[in-house]
Every structure is written in C-alpha cells, then in structure tokens.
Design a protein around this ligand. Structure first.
Ligand code: HEC
Length: 145
C-alpha cells in the first residue's frame, strides 16, 4: 500500500511541477524551482494534516518534515550559480547579498528543527513559524510574476 501511494504522489508531483515550469529553459533555474516546488508540496501536506483536511499519518508527516529540511539545506548550492531565465522569480539580491540569503536558510532550519510531527496539534503549533520563515526569504529575494 505505502509504496504504491508514494509512487502515485511522486508522479503527481512531477506532473504538477512540469506544468508550473513550462517554458523554463535554464536547467539550474529549473532545478531550484523544483526544489522550491517540493518545499511547497511538503508544507501543504503538513498544513492539511494540521487542519484535519487529510488524515493524520505520522510517518508521512515526518517524511514531509525531513524533506523540507533536506530541500532547505540544498538552497545555498542550488542558488550559488547566478542562473537566470525569463520565468525566474529570483531577485538579484540573492547574489549581491549572499550572506543575508544564507541567513534566511538558517532561520528556516531553526523553524524546521523546532517542529514536532507526533500529532496534528504539534504540527499546527509550528505552521506559523515555518510559513513566516518561507515568507521572510520570499519578501527580500523573490518577486512574484
Ligand atoms: C532562503 C530563501 C528561501 C526560503 C527559505 C524559501 N524560499 Fe521559496 N523561493 C525562493 C526564491 C529565491 C524563489 C524564486 C526562484 C526562481 O524563480 O528562480 C522561490 C520560489 C518558491 C516557489 C515557486 C517555485 C516555482 O514553481 O517557480 C515556491 C512554491 C516556494 N518558493 C515555496 C517555498 C516554501 C513553501 C518555503 C518554506 C517552507 C520556501 N519557499 C522557503 C527563496 C526561498
């Protein structure tokens, strides 16, 4: 049951990401967008469990949290090359202020490390801090197109 579910979710995610990124030509930009898309999907999973919109599944919640941490850790390397694409929402400040950008990933890591996933209430208690850490970086380093 679980492997089939995992495969279905993976395929579903791949299809969604491909649609969202139609027209992106630069492979580095595509890679970092896919990383962000994964963070969005993982946060959605946690948010839906916190609000009871999908059944609570501790293993899946923990997997989403582990994935969020791993994707967050990859951000500095994914954004190290100053790659551009007409579809990119990355602001030049990422490369003119790399320390500030890296600091946002440190704050994101702190929010994720403080998150517990043993109950919907646990997750709910951390959703605001996680979302704030995402927004803190997006406000300074991303422009929504
Ligand atoms: C350290 C900075 C930083 C953090 C932390 C961060 N993001 Fe992002 N995010 C960005 C940047 C920069 C972009 C734009 C990338 C581009 O278009 O080249 C982006 C883009 C996105 C996108 C759009 C991807 C696409 O399909 O084009 C989503 C979704 C997203 N982020 C979700 C999240 C979520 C959810 C979190 C928190 C769990 C998060 N991000 C944390 C910097 C960050």
């Amino acid at each position: 049951m679980r492997p089939i579910l995992t495969i279905a979710l993976t395929l579903g995610f791949a299809a969604t990401a491909a649609l969202a990124h139609v027209g992106v030509k630069d492979p580095q930009v595509m890679a970092r967008m896919n990383g962000m898309k994964a963070m969005g999907d993982d946060l959605k999973t946690l948010g839906q469990m916190a609000r009871g919109l999908i059944p609570f599944d501790e293993a899946a919640a923990n997997a989403a949290l582990v994935s969020l941490k791993a994707e967050n850790d990859r951000i500095p390397a994914l954004f190290a090359p100053e790659a551009t694409d007409p579809k990119s929402e990355a602001l030049p400040a990422i490369w003119s202020d790399p320390d500030g950008f890296a600091q946002r990933t440190t704050e994101m890591a702190a929010a994720l490390n403080a998150t517990r996933t043993s109950s919907p209430a646990d997750i709910a208690a951390s959703m605001r801090a996680i979302g704030a850490a995402c927004s803190a970086c997006h406000e300074d380093y991303r422009i929504e197109k």
